[in-house]
Design a protein around this ligand. Structure first.
Ligand code: LLP
Length: 430
């Protein structure tokens, strides 16, 4: 079987040769909603949630990282599946509120929160604010005093664990802007514990994203336990330790399998017990924040080929999407597997560079595709559920695609297509 014939999860090929996703024929989907579009397979999402829940058990706080992809319908589903939600902006907070997400299940993140966000988060009654730095701690305290609330906080620790992943998505170590190095975190936690306006629940670490090696996550708990022991010695209880997100997904059927939720849970839950024992502290509650691992495989971008051209030995297919709706390949050099979606081809395969239509060299992917690929064909670019729609822009004043839920052979719109004239909506024409 060639790589072009291997199908990522959720995708099947029917007798007529067209591919389906979530049981929905992709040619019919393109017909119904136009292209480009992002299909989101609700069942794949539910399966990932269930795998994490059964591996980590009911005691672990599983907080979906909304930055990977959020819309009101997904926020509702996240709540109904018993997860909490990590939000990091007023927009994400408003989306959660529009979905009537239980406020105490919201964790407010971000390394540069401004006062209006802190006040909105406190007024909403979010369950935790994850404080990134000492200046922010002071501002949280002031905001809490203004609102006469006690702010429930976690302190973000930069554990120094430099996981093997793309440097753009590494979030610990001295070259990373995030969190506080342990000595500063200790001072901040002691200061916070002495404040009547703050309630320190615990410590937080997030070391990066798309990490394949589970030991990095458990290694990051060690410095957290050292801090917990020091705080315990000062009479400050650390009842929660959050290990962050960053669990890898597979971007092509022939890539190495990432660690399963069971592998991850095995390591992290064991590290929680041994860490607490050697630190001499009560076992804290574990928190994790998967984003990509819950939604990555659940997304598929569907494009129509606009033209196919040969430049010498190189073949290009230009599709009706671009860097604007699919920025990860250009930003991180990431690979997203592509396949011919609207028909089966018996033709040989040929290395093809799939490009967007923007005024950039926006190469989406280079992979083998049928020699007879032609304008009008449908191409699916897979595993685009995470950081694709959420990072989309209006570059070239392209309108954003719709997001369509596909599930058990049915489909309906989650986010409608942006209209071309909406790309002008902020212009003030004087
Ligand atoms: N928790 C915190 C505090 C985070 O900053 C992030 C992601 C997560 C959890 C979820 O990480 P995940 O499980 O999704 O890896 N745009 C990049 C990824 C940036 C991740 C930012 N923070 C990409 O497309 O690869």
């Amino acid at each position: 079987m060639t790589i072009a014939e291997q199908l990522p999860p959720g995708i099947a090929r029917g007798a007529a040769g067209t591919a389906s996703f979530g049981g929905v024929d992709l040619a019919a989907l393109a017909q119904a909603y136009g292209t480009p579009l992002l299909a989101f397979d609700g069942e794949l999402f539910d399966q990932s949630v269930a795998a994490f829940r059964s591996a980590f058990g009911p005691q672990t706080d599983i907080s979906y990282a909304a930055k990977a992809f959020l819309c009101i319908a997904l926020a509702r589903r996240v709540a109904s599946r018993g997860l909490t939600l990590d939000v990091c902006s007023l927009g994400e907070l408003r989306t959660a509120q529009a979905a009537a997400f239980p406020a105490d299940g919201l964790r407010f993140h971000g390394c540069g929160k401004y006062d209006a966000e802190l006040e909105a988060a406190l007024a909403a009654g979010v369950g935790r604010i994850v404080v990134d730095n000492e200046e922010e701690l002071e501002r949280v305290e002031c905001a809490a005093a203004r609102l006469r609330r006690r702010a429930p906080i976690l302190l973000r620790v930069n554990t120094g664990i430099e996981a093997h992943t793309h440097e753009m998505v590494r979030t610990a170590g001295e070259s990373s802007k995030f969190g506080m190095l342990p000595p500063r975190a200790l001072a901040a936690a002691l200061r916070a514990a002495a404040s009547g306006n703050l309630h320190v629940h615990g410590l937080h670490s997030h070391i990066g994203s798309q990490i394949y090696e589970p030991r990095f996550f458990s290694d990051a708990l060690e410095p957290l336990f050292e801090l917990a022991a020091a705080l315990h010695g000062e009479g400050v209880a650390v009842s929660e330790l959050v290990a962050g997100g960053g669990f890898a997904v597979r971007y092509a059927p022939d890539h190495e399998a990432p660690p399963s939720p069971a592998d991850l849970a095995g390591r992290l839950l064991a590290a929680l017990q041994t860490g607490a024992r050697s630190a001499g502290v009560p076992v804290p509650q574990l928190g994790i924040e998967p984003g990509r691992a819950l939604v990555g495989e659940a997304g598929l971008s569907l494009y129509r080929v606009l033209s196919v051209k040969n430049h010498g030995s190189k073949r290009f297919a230009i599709v009706d999407g671009s860097i604007a709706d699919n920025p990860r390949p250009a930003l991180y050099g990431s690979y997203h597997h592509a396949l011919l979606a609207g028909r089966r081809s018996a033709a040989r395969e040929r290395e093809t560079t799939v490009c967007g239509r923007s005024c950039e060299a926006d190469l989406l992917v280079t992979c083998p595709l049928a020699e007879d690929l032609q304008a009008g064909d449908l191409l699916a670019i897979c595993t685009t559920g995470a950081y694709t729609y959420s990072m989309a822009s209006n570059y070239n004043r392209f309108a954003k695609p719709p997001v369509v839920l596909v599930e058990s052979g049915r489909h309906h719109l989650w986010v409608r297509r942006e209209r071309d004239d909406e790309t002008l909506r902020y212009d003030v024409d004087t």
